[in-house]
Write a protein that binds this ligand. Sequence first.
Ligand SMILES: [Zn+2]
Length: 314
Amino acid sequence: MINWFEQYHSSAFISDLIKTQTHLFVAEEGVGANQLLENLLKKLLCENLTDENKTCNACPSCRYLVYEHPNIRLIDKNIELKSDVITIDQIRELSSFIELASTSERDKKVIFIKNTHYLTSSAANALLKNLEEPPNNTFFILLTSNLHKILPTIRSRATIHKLASPTNKQCEDYLKDEHPEAIKFLDLAERKPFLAIQMADDKELINSIVKIFLRGKSFDMMDVNESLLASGPQFFVDLMQKWIADLAHFKEFSTVYYFKNLLDQIELISNQLSYKELLNFYKNLIEYRRLSETTINKSIALDNLMIDYKRIFA
Ligand SMILES: [Zn+2]
């Protein structure tokens, strides 16, 4: 169990949850909100919760995998299409599911919207119509990491739950049994344990990108392109921002946030660079991040960025 979410497993929380039909959960990415909510969906539909308020794992409802359950609909941005939005069509497709009114308390329906901040404004307005008059026994569970991007009219219809992020100790306690290899990625993952688990899985990729950073002006552009192809520009830029932040931070305070295991190399490299150049490069990085979200020719933008990176070592 994710111990920083303990309060949401209580029977008091579940009985409160069914009193209102629209809930908006706000959580940082990578802290386990998906896992918590998938568990809550199963609890909402379980016909026979145990005395400890756990799913029975035996009723017809519990026998389904959560996203194969006929009474659960998941809506998210389309990752396969690399779509960054939830479209109005996705919301319209809900109507037949919603209109088949549920006939009994036992037959609850749940619509789970992940990344609710990716709703286009027309999709958000279409959703709002559903929230204004939700049919009986139909629940809307919305999740976002970005509350201020949610329409105020949706916010005002929902019960808002702000989920806590874990402390360092809670992260380590959680990871030490199942994913001990992820503990050393906690700094790089900014204490988001599920991001750390993913990073541990991607550790070879991360190592190959960090090797490029370490080579300073003598890296091979081919290596950069390969790493970028494997990881996508966001992942690459995210690591590079943390890398430059550490170099700059070391110059001022002789400590780092993210790459603590590379302190010696960071000291060497950081001594070759001026603070001003690092800051200028950091600004370029932010511009590159913006470009990489919009531009068609990502590889030219990346070439320019890496030429700038070489230049700070000149
Ligand atoms: Zn059950």
